[in-house]
Design a protein. Structure first.
Length: 212
């Protein structure tokens, strides 16, 4: 008998959760065991018994890629499949670098979601054909891309947190690093983006659709 795949879902829209549940319920070997409408509710759980976590990047209490890092810090082994409205060019590469095992946009067919879940649970990574083209472009033509592709993973995370209005103290607490370290990363990303202050960081992120 095929082992049933236990799924945990984090999405702040009830309608989306209902739609995903309907898709999963039509598949005999999959079931959703837990649903959460925000990141905090999930992180408050002492353990997660799911085989895979479906995660929306745009949650009221999270900052995109930083949510992946927060989950991996507490639940190191659970594989994460991103299920989001943001196309791969916006967050795909960073999500995979942060530890996600797959990235799927919500405009895909139900069959693609089932395929992606199965592949990730099997220990593989799910990458769509469109995302594969983006990865190739990122690896071989990185210098032609937007300035934020030059940032390290940590610099990128701190950029998003600063753009959201968080202070160095709050960022240090969230990422478990010192305020001095936050300031060092901030100085580096300002230099790489050729901007001067936090207001310009926010404007850059908005212009490049890195935050909403």
């Amino acid at each position: 008998m095929t082992k049933k795949i236990n799924i945990c879902l984090i999405d702040d829209h009830q309608l989306v959760r209902d739609g995903i549940r309907l898709i999963i319920n039509q598949t005999s070997n999959m079931t959703i065991i837990n649903e959460y409408e925000n990141l905090k509710s999930f992180l408050n759980e002492s353990k997660c018994n799911a085989d895979i976590l479906l995660l929306d990047l745009t949650l009221p209490d999270s900052q995109g890629i930083a949510s992946i890092q927060a989950i991996k810090k507490k639940h190191k082994t659970i594989p994460i499949l991103i299920l989001t409205m943001h196309n791969e060019s916006q967050f795909g590469v960073r999500a995979m670098q942060a530890g996600a095992k797959g990235y799927l946009t919500k405009d895909n067919a139900a069959s693609e979601l089932i395929y992606a879940i199965t592949k990730v649970v099997d220990g593989k990574k799910y990458i769509s054909s469109n995302f594969s083209d983006i990865l190739i472009s990122t690896n071989f033509e990185k210098h032609r891309g937007p300035l934020h592709t030059r940032l390290s993973k940590r610099e990128f995370s701190i950029m998003l947190l600063l753009a959201s209005g968080k202070s160095p103290t709050e960022i240090g607490y969230d990422l478990d690093i010192s305020i001095k370290t936050v300031s060092t990363y901030r100085a580096r990303l300002l230099r790489k983006l050729d901007i001067e202050n936090n207001a310009e960081i926010t404007r850059y992120c908005l212009d490049n659709e890195l935050i909403v």
